[in-house]
Design a protein around this ligand. Structure first.
Ligand code: DX5
Ligand code: ZN
Length: 221
């Protein structure tokens, strides 16, 4: 498994110069842009919606955009994000009334679909939908804010999901989000993750390329 993706979270970017900052992080070697959508209802914070995603596309950003929906209800935003240029859309199963329908809606709109699990959300939501998922995202912090510490119990959960994915035979990405840093990314990869969201670890440093290069060096160990 050498196919690792690094996905900087623009929650920690310079929001007043978002286009430039996203361009900069992509030139520094990022693979995917992680786009955190918060609604001050499902999570206690408020960020940005489809207009900002579209603005990044209009600015010339062509990299994949991974939209992490921390919103309730979920469905009404999906067509808007697909039109705005999203490639991956993930949502929290407990925020959707009809999980199977929401997954289908994402795929019918031409995007890859994923379920997101909070630290205490049980994995049984995967039971009847593994064949329809492109991504499983495990939160390693409680959602709502950047800059929190990685919750160590996530490593066990990652191992469980890695086993489920391998047993299923489906080609599903295992993404991790929250508190990912240079000094823990190798351990997180060893537990089975292959897509790494990092907000503060990258954007709070002056040299994004140095951080991403260090992360890749850790992943190559
Ligand atoms: C938290 C968000 C994360 C966050 C990660 O609710 O989903 O994507 O930006 O930030 P760091 O990497 O700083 O923990
Ligand atoms: Zn996120």
């Amino acid at each position: 498994q050498l196919d690792y993706l690094i996905a900087p979270s623009i929650l920690s970017a310079d929001l007043a110069r978002l286009g430039e900052d996203v361009d900069k992080v992509l030139h520094a070697g990022a693979d995917v842009i992680h786009f955190d959508v918060m609604d001050n209802h499902y999570v206690p914070n408020l960020t940005f919606g489809p207009m900002v995603c579209k603005a990044l596309r209009d600015y010339g950003i062509t990299a994949p955009i991974d939209v992490h929906l921390m919103v309730k209800p979920v469905d009404s935003l999906i067509p808007d994000f697909a039109k705005a240029g999203a490639n991956i859309i993930t949502f929290h199963p407990e925020a959707s009334e009809h999980i199977d329908r929401t997954i289908s809606l994402i795929r019918d709109n031409g995007c890859q679909a994923g379920l997101v699990f909070n630290p205490a959300t049980p994995l049984h939501y995967l039971d009847h939908v593994m064949d329809k998922l492109d991504v499983i995202l495990l939160m390693s912090v409680n959602p709502g804010f950047g800059g929190q510490s990685f919750i160590p119990h996530t490593l066990d959960k990652l191992r469980q999901v890695r086993t489920l994915i391998d047993q299923s035979g489906y080609n599903i990405r295992l993404e991790v989000d929250g508190g990912v840093k240079v000094d823990n990314i190798a351990q997180i990869a060893a537990a089975g993750a292959d897509m790494f969201v990092a907000g503060s670890a990258i954007f709070n440093q002056p040299d994004y390329q140095a951080v991403i290069t260090q992360m890749r060096a850790e992943l190559a160990k």
